[in-house]
Design a protein around this ligand. Structure first.
Ligand code: RIB
Length: 298
């Protein structure tokens, strides 16, 4: 069983399914509204737990109704919440999401997620030291992301940095990550490069190994040598929210099997995740993933 530590955000997702996206000043009628658990950190923790990993999450919630629901949901998914702070004042994070035609638009209000501290990462050192991999994203303060990357590197534990939402990062600590997992757009921002530059060239110039996601087209990966491609798996797309999170979680869980195999399983898990509404709705169990892969030709 893989041991994974996730350092990241926890949000309540306020999801509206609509026939199309609205323009400025426009009102349209939506089809469905639901509140579902989300946040990149929580999503990655849940996806890894469903795939059979032992998972601990470092994060923060308010003591509000959303915080209570999110805490209970994560506990029900068997995520260790010992390092999730409950803040006396302030709200839990939220994400207002519109889903139309399988695509999404998201506005995140970090709230409690803006209070996840480097000290919380240090407090989780014993868990991190015995982890197979650490996952961190960028919906929490950058100083906490940096503390995670530096601690994982010092302890010799691979850190997978999912640079979303993207911003340019200092090379001196970016190179301490074992892998960065951007999409093409995020990689250009991360490196401060021209967004029109060929993504394979960007991968070659990255200060650390890159696993680049390409939606339905699968993923490219480079760990020395030339970038290699893993094709995507064909599915009926209902909602792509959380696909990247499922990809990152599976990559971390299966990293011990070698990068090509981990990327293949990550692409398959991400494909399954988009077949249901909600970030965590379609995240597969280990058994579902194995059954899906057994049906594939390659
Ligand atoms: O990656 C998807 C997630 O991004 C959503 O669950 C939302 O909460 C935002 O954080």
């Amino acid at each position: 069983m893989s041991r994974i530590v996730v350092v990241g955000s926890i949000n309540m997702d306020l999801v509206t399914q609509a026939p199309r996206f609205v323009g400025p000043g426009e009102t349209i009628l939506g089809e469905r509204f639901l509140t579902v658990p989300g946040g990149k950190g929580a999503n990655q923790a849940v996806a890894a737990a469903r795939l059979g990993a032992e998972v601990a999450l470092v994060g923060a919630l308010g003591r509000d109704a959303f915080g209570d629901q999110l805490h209970a949901g994560l506990a029900a998914e068997h995520v260790n919440l010992d390092h999730v702070a409950r803040l006396e004042h302030g709200a839990s994070g939220t994400a207002s999401i519109t889903v139309a035609g399988g695509e999404n638009q998201i506005i995140v209000v970090p709230a409690a997620n803006a209070c996840v501290t480097p000290a919380q990462v240090t407090a989780a050192q014993a868990l991190i030291a015995r982890a197979d991999a650490v996952l961190v994203q960028m919906e929490i303060p950058l100083e906490t992301v940096e503390a995670t990357v530096r601690l994982g590197h010092r302890l010799g534990v691979p850190v997978i940095l999912n640079p979303a939402p993207a911003q340019q990062l200092p090379i001196d600590w970016l190179q301490l990550a074992r892998y960065v997992t951007p999409n093409q757009h995020e990689l250009a921002i991360l490196l401060g490069a021209d967004p029109h530059e060929d993504f394979r060239d960007l991968m070659r110039h990255s200060p650390c190994p890159v696993v680049l996601t390409r939606g339905g087209e699968g993923a490219w990966y480079r760990d020395g040598g030339e970038p290699a491609h893993q094709h995507g798996f064909k599915v009926e797309v209902v909602d792509s929210t959380g696909a990247g999170d499922t990809f990152n979680a599976a990559l971390a869980v299966f990293l011990k099997e070698g990068l090509p195999q981990a990327v293949r399983k990550a692409c398959a898990a991400a494909a399954l995740s988009v077949t249901r509404l909600g970030a965590q709705g379609g995240m597969p169990s280990g058994r579902e993933l194995s059954a899906f892969l057994a049906q594939q030709a390659d």
